[in-house]
Design a protein around this ligand. Structure first.
Ligand code: PLP
Length: 388
């Protein structure tokens, strides 16, 4: 375990989600480089980590936020400065939600998923706020997402209109087109989406002022070649110079920028399997471990030589609430801290109260080395969810 992290996180109460400020800033610097070199706007898709205390830091570097609906949009308004842009996309809105979005103070962009919703609500938006930007999501039919389960372009997908429907669009109602096809993809797929979109939508792009290439661009991953993305964006801009280009990554902003810290509460050898029972649950706190087969690495685990091997299990009643198998050079003891790396993306937003075990605290390891605890969850928070 890197010394800075070992010495600081060893004292923290568990379970806890801990943002690593230095690593978050490192990601933001990579994104700032892409912005500067490509002239593209970059938004943070809140769903990737809806942690309000980091919003101001993010909006100091990026151009705004992408929300999945009214509540995330309100969180962006509450967590960042009033000038920040808020883009909202939802597969279907209720009319009351459109009115709530229009009541926000920020520079609001509302994206629709169907012509039906566009034709019903865009006139209301135009009448209410002539500065609000209206978007339409198009399904680019490009299946390259890393996890098939998360492929928005799968056959029969409900995400976006098909390009053939664009001939029926009233272009007075649309300012921007939106394509989202990626999930944890590297630069080659980002470039493929950008080039593909240029070819697919060339007849319609003259009608709009911007194009949003969605999320899933894993820009801060060490294998991601930012130059490939920058060149693809520049080529696109050379072809369509009137367009503002937009990316809206979620995962890439917080990738490897924080931890889930847990403690070993019990050790149990059954049928030759050494189970270590943790106070953090895969099922309740990082559901992608169960849903998508994600394996989080643990700081200090041994990869090469056989060590002391453990199956990390959780305290919920779900039999397969299992983190995976981990080996260490030394045996584990009850009370040891387990630090899962890359613990922020899609964990906080999906975490739940299943079985009522305490939810991880929210904290930050500041650049100077201090730990700041933002939130400690108690029984009152649990009760609040299930009582009048
Ligand atoms: C429309 C849209 N934009 C952006 C994102 C963010 O994607 P990621 O966190 O993979 O970058 C998603 C993720 O589901 C999405 O559905």
């Amino acid at each position: 375990m890197p010394h800075r992290i070992l010495s600081k996180l060893g004292e923290i109460a568990t379970p806890a989600f801990v943002v690593d400020e230095e690593r978050l800033q490192r990601n933001l610097q990579i994104l700032a480089h892409v912005k500067k070199q490509s002239g593209t706007k970059i938004l943070f898709a809140i769903k990737g980590c809806p942690l309000m205390p980091i919003f101001q830091m993010i909006s100091d570097t990026l151009d705004g936020f992408t929300a999945s609906g009214v509540y995330e949009a309100r969180l962006a308004q509450d967590g960042a400065s009033i000038e920040t842009e808020i883009h909202t996309y939802c597969p279907a809105y209720a009319e009351s939600e459109i009115r709530e979005l229009l009541a926000l103070q920020n520079n609001i962009h509302i994206y629709f998923n169907s012509l039906d919703q566009l034709n019903r609500f865009a006139p209301i938006i135009r009448a209410h706020n002539k500065f609000a930007i209206i978007g339409l999501r198009v399904n680019p039919a490009l299946s390259v997402a890393k996890f098939a389960k998360y492929d928005p372009c799968r056959a029969g997908s409900h995400f976006g209109v098909s390009p053939s429907e664009l001939t029926d669009v009233d272009w007075n109602l649309v300012d921007t087109l939106h394509v989202h096809a990626l999930c944890e993809n590297l630069a080659e797929e980002s470039a493929k989406l950008i080039t593909h979109t240029g070819a697919l939508l060339k007849d319609f792009l003259p009608h709009v002022t911007s194009i949003n290439f969605g999320g899933g661009h894993f820009i801060t991953h060490p294998d991601y070649k930012t130059d490939v993305l920058i060149n693809a964006l520049k080529e696109f801009k050379a072809r369509f110079p009137h367009l503002t280009t937009v990316l809206e990554p979620g995962a890439a902003v917080v990738y490897d920028a924080g931890y889930l810290v847990a403690s070993v509460l019990g050790l149990q050898n059954n049928d030759g399997v050494q189970n270590a029972v943790l106070d953090a649950s895969a099922n309740a706190h990082v559901p992608d471990v169960m849903k998508a087969g994600v394996r989080l690495s643990v700081l200090g685990e041994t990869e090469d030589q056989p060590g002391h091997s453990y199956t990390f299990v959780s305290r919920t009643c779900m039999a397969r609430d299992v983190w995976g198998d981990y080996a260490f050079a030394q045996p584990l003891s009850v009370g040891d801290k387990i630090v899962f790396a890359d613990g922020l993306q899609y964990s906080l937003g999906e975490a739940n109260w299943f079985n009522g075990h305490p939810r991880p605290d929210l904290a930050m390891l500041e650049t100077g080395g201090n730990i700041r605890i933002w939130r400690h969850f108690t029984y009152a928070d649990f009760k609040h969810n299930y009582s009048t």
